[in-house]
Ligand binder design. Structure first.
Ligand SMILES: [Zn+2]
Length: 582
């Protein structure tokens, strides 16, 4: 039941994402508007988004991203563009299914290659455009020029094109307004400006006015309030973006159409990228331009549009934390937990994914005394290790490494056992693995340590419980089990590191282990400043100077950019900043 609701959630949010509102209600009304105006288009959209979402689930993409509609988004776009390319028939509709699955595949690949964070855009329509352009480029493909001559032939009503366009536009604006009236107003103003300017510069009748209407509205929404904080500067910024796009379109549209690429979204994408990239990459000074980038996760949150003050507060708090980090330099210590690795696709031990296992089997006493617990432990450990083997460091891991390289992070204490911090390239002995590591196997009797690959090989040969070859003792991974004593020297080193910190960055942990929460509080009493970045509350919230409930991948890279901007400006540092666009 819950799963079905989550699935429906993903579908509707994907529909909403196309109009920059990752919101179920907006998605629903957008779909409804499509269904009233062009039932076949709405049907195609639904078919595509179901196929793409199922693909993402099969690829085991992170639930949180699937539910946001990241994978369905491109399929929705595809469903809208498809009828413009092909005559409506059962065959062409079914042909869309593999194309929709491919868009999800491209998005998943894009995420795994970490292009996502580098581009700093929430979802790109590139996969959808690619899928639409491919048949257009093929010699046996459809007559691609047809769609520009009959832009709305899929709509069965016999109204004048202008009325049809206004009706579609009005319905979409309504769906946007459910999410945010500011965003809808920006869209309306942008459409007016774009259409006016478009008529001034272009003498071509027909399709161009409506092109200007749709792309100007989306450019105004994106540049004026979605990717940046709405304000006087953002309105000027959006107006300049629309002006540039209007001047660009008459030159680019014929090329795009000839290449089979629907011009509706390309100008919007190009303008967004050209204008946003320097801003999101931190190349433009926010304090001088007055333009503050909005993190994608905040922008899609309906609460953001209800109380924008909290976000302006958030930006000021990030700036203030960046200053504290720069001041504390190597006195900054990070304490990390599962949250930083869930963003790399490793399911958190306390959450639903592992529910099929009985936690009692992973209590140290049971592990030592019961062979059945050991067998269950090994099957769980191998499953976990499959995730670990495939995981790559995420934006959070890389940001901490960048902080270290900037001289603004002394050490990392991690409760994770995946080795992802080390994989990003920290200096020697900077990472304390408080709970050990899944990469190493240890014999509980003779203490011999061996490599993980050897055990994996034996487990794959259907050996359910491996024993030590040397002494027949009990083997276990080096990761600490519940109730297993942590090595005393390691715990002492952890205590010293945390107590001596000038600033403690608590990242992606809910501090549910009492000893660690207590340590954080003792450090805070001793004068250590505490910053907590965690999606849920922690027992140490009351001693923290900074609390962020933002996803790590959104906040840490931004923090690093602000810390880097605060570094002394030498010619070499400037060159480094220009080269390292991360
Ligand atoms: Zn042994």
């Amino acid at each position: 039941m819950n799963q079905a609701r989550n699935f429906a959630d993903s579908l509707l949010r994907a529909c909403g994402e196309v109009i920059l509102c990752s919101n179920r209600a907006s998605g629903f009304f957008f779909l409804l508007a499509l269904a009233v105006l062009a039932p076949n288009m709405a049907g195609g959209v639904l078919l595509g988004v179901v196929a793409a979402t199922l693909t993402a689930l099969l690829l085991r993409e992170p639930d949180v991203l699937v539910r946001r509609g990241y994978y369905g988004y491109n399929a929705v776009l595809l469903g809208i563009l498809w009828p413009f390319l092909w005559e409506a028939s059962l065959t062409t509709t079914l042909l869309m299914v593999p194309a929709a699955c491919s868009t999800a595949l491209i998005v998943a690949l894009h995420r795994r290659m970490n292009l996502w964070e580098k581009l700093r855009l929430p979802v790109l329509c590139l996969p959808a455009l690619l899928m639409v352009a491919l048949p257009g480029l093929a010699p046996f493909g459809p007559a691609t020029s047809a769609w520009i001559e009959a832009p709305l032939r899929v709509i069965p009503f016999e109204w004048t094109p202008l009325l049809q366009i206004l009706l579609v536009f009005g319905a979409i604006l309504f769906a946007v307004a459910i999410h945010s009236r500011t965003l809808a107003l920006l869209g309306l103003a942008g459409a007016a400006l774009g259409t006016g300017l478009g008529n001034l510069v272009s003498s071509e009748p027909g399709i161009l006015p409506s092109l200007h209407l749709f792309t100007s509205a989306s450019a105004a929404m994106a540049l004026g309030g979605y990717f940046v904080r709405p304000g006087r500067a953002s309105i000027v910024y959006a107006a300049v973006g629309i002006g540039a796009a209007v001047l660009l379109w008459p030159q680019t549209v014929p090329f795009l159409v000839a290449a089979g690429i629907p011009a509706y979204s390309v100008p919007f994408l190009v303008i967004s990228l050209l204008f946003l990239y320097p801003l999101q990459a931190g190349l433009l000074d926010e304090t001088k331009t007055g333009l503050h980038p909005v993190y994608a996760d905040i922008a899609v949150d309906p609460l953001y549009w209800k109380g924008r003050e909290s976000v302006s507060g958030e930006i000021d708090r990030i700036e203030s934390l960046a200053k504290t980090i720069a001041e504390c330099g190597e006195g900054t210590v990070a304490l990390t937990g599962a949250g930083i690795s869930t963003e790399s696709g490793i399911p958190d031990i306390v959450h639903g994914y592992w529910a099929k296992y009985n936690p009692d089997d992973f209590a140290f006493d049971n592990f030592v005394s019961k062979p059945s617990s050991r067998q269950s432990y090994w099957s769980m450990s191998e499953e976990l290790y499959t995730f670990i083997r495939n995981a790559r460091p995420g934006a959070g891991h890389r940001s901490l490494r960048d902080l270290e390289h900037l001289g603004c992070l002394g050490r990392i204490v991690t409760q994770n056992v995946d080795g992802l911090h080390q994989e990003t390239g920290h200096r020697e002995n900077r990472v304390i693995e408080l709970h050990g590591t899944e990469h190493v196997i240890r014999c509980l009797d003779c203490g011999k340590r061996s490599s993980r690959n050897e055990i994996t090989r034996r487990l794959r040969q259907d050996i359910r419980i491996p024993y030590c070859f040397d002494c027949r003792g009990i083997l276990k991974t080096d990761a600490t089990l519940d109730g297993e004593p942590v090595s005393i020297p390691l715990w002492k080193e952890t205590c010293r590191t945390i107590m001596d910190a000038r600033l403690l960055l608590v990242v992606g942990t809910s501090l549910r282990i009492p000893a660690i929460a207590e340590l954080v509080e003792r450090a805070a009493k001793g004068g250590t400043k505490v910053a907590i970045i965690s999606l849920g509350p922690t027992p140490s919230d009351r001693v923290a100077q900074f609390i962020f409930r933002t996803p790590i991948r959104d906040i840490l890279p931004h923090l690093v950019r602000r810390v880097r901007a605060l570094q002394p400006k030498t010619p070499l540092a400037t060159a480094h900043k220009l080269l390292a666009l991360r």
